[in-house]
Design a binder for this molecule. Sequence first.
Ligand SMILES: [Zn+2]
Length: 117
Amino acid sequence: MLTDYSCDRCRFSISKLKEMAETGEKFSTTGGRTMISVKEVNSEKGYIVFTRPSFRPTSAFSIHDLKLVHDLIHDGKIDNDYEQIDEIFPIWGNYISAILQHLGCSSRSFESIIREQ
Ligand SMILES: [Zn+2]
């Protein structure tokens, strides 16, 4: 189980997800029009639940699968794009894309950002 994973390339970590659930920290979907948040994180059972814009909770999503998408983005295999994520996990693209963007997960390396300046 991913009870204590922490990425050294962005703010993704199990403790950060738990903190977001505790504080109700809000973040926007990719389009930027709606705010969602994390309702519950259960690292022992390995799932995360989001709060929809309507305030109703989503069903549970696997933290393992969330990290899988996170890894694919860092590895440059996919972009942090809800349509691409939807192809892997249908209907979850918006939520996963939003939280990973909020945590700063990107395929662009720090070096490439520096080179552009
Ligand atoms: Zn990361």
